[in-house]
Design a protein around this ligand. Structure first.
Ligand SMILES: Cc1ncc(COP(=O)(O)O)c(C=O)c1O
Length: 257
């Protein structure tokens, strides 16, 4: 996306992708940590913050990586006085098996972005931050971060959010995610026998079917809806993501296409 606006957006420094969780070893995690530290050293005067999707990169190919990488990020951020921002828009509210993905590593970010399940999938997002950051923003120049989206804090979305968060607060989400995860593991396993499929993986209540070629969005979405599931898509990955706050009924039929 950044490449579509050359010269117009503030520059970003991209770190290499962390090792895949399934194949990671302490050596590959250490190598990733060293390269991140080098990048932070080289750019420490230009950087303000580091932002990641914790333990699961979504648009980047549904790439799951080891939780230890979050600890490394925290250490590097602290060493250079950088803010650590976790985008938990896809991973938050139980999706990966912990309430927030940050908890897999026991790491506390300075800022956390949440959306999607916040409003029970109606439009409602929130930026959560430490008191220090909140005080800095609130005491700053008026309008410093002023942005008023059309649907900000709209009452129907807030009402749905209250209901959705109430379901999560009820405490059953952990068992639900485990159940959805088990269904995904057994339900998606036969897809590995299909010629078009390169890999099948799951993390919490996320299932990923990675294809050799680009996903046919219409065919995948139609099949997912027919089987009673939501599905996302990213490059060669199709991602069945049943709602974690939905009633516990889910198709266990095997994928056929
Ligand atoms: C990880 C992640 N971050 C950010 C976004 C954008 O979220 P929003 O539409 O709430 O701005 C998405 C949307 O799919 C996402 O999956």
């Amino acid at each position: 996306m950044h490449t579509a606006f050359p010269g117009l957006l503030a520059g970003n420094v991209f770190a290499p992708r962390p090792p895949a969780a399934a194949a990671a070893t302490s050596e590959t995690v250490q190598a990733g940590a060293a390269s991140l530290a080098d990048i932070a050293d080289a750019h420490s005067r230009e950087l303000a913050a580091m932002i990641v999707e914790p333990i699961l990169q979504g648009a980047g190919g549904m790439h799951a990586y080891p939780a230890e990488c979050l600890t490394v990020l925290r250490q590097v951020a602290d060493r250079h006085g950088l803010l650590l921002i976790f985008d938990e828009i896809a991973t938050g509210f139980g999706r990966t098996g912990e309430l927030f993905a940050a908890e897999h590593a026991g790491v506390v970010p300075d800022i956390m972005c949440v959306s999607k399940p916040t409003g029970g999938y109606l439009t409602l997002a929130a930026m959560l931050c430490t008191r220090e950051i909140s005080a800095t923003v609130s005491n700053g120049r008026a309008g410093a971060l002023l942005h008023g989206p059309t649907f900000m804090g709209n009452p129907p979305a807030c009402a749905v959010a209250n209901a959705s968060l109430g379901i999560i607060d009820g405490g059953r989400w952990r068992a639900d995610v485990a159940q959805i995860g088990a269904c995904l593991v057994s339900g998606l396993a036969p897809a590995l026998d299909l010629g078009a499929v390169r890999d099948v993986r799951t993390i919490g209540a996320v299932g990923v079917i990675e294809l050799h070629d680009a996903v046919d969005v219409t065919a995948v979405t139609t099949a997912a809806i027919r089987h009673g599931s939501g599905s996302g898509r990213s490059g060669t990955s199709s991602t069945p993501c049943p709602r974690t706050s939905a009633p516990r009924r889910m198709s266990t039929r095997s994928p056929r296409a």
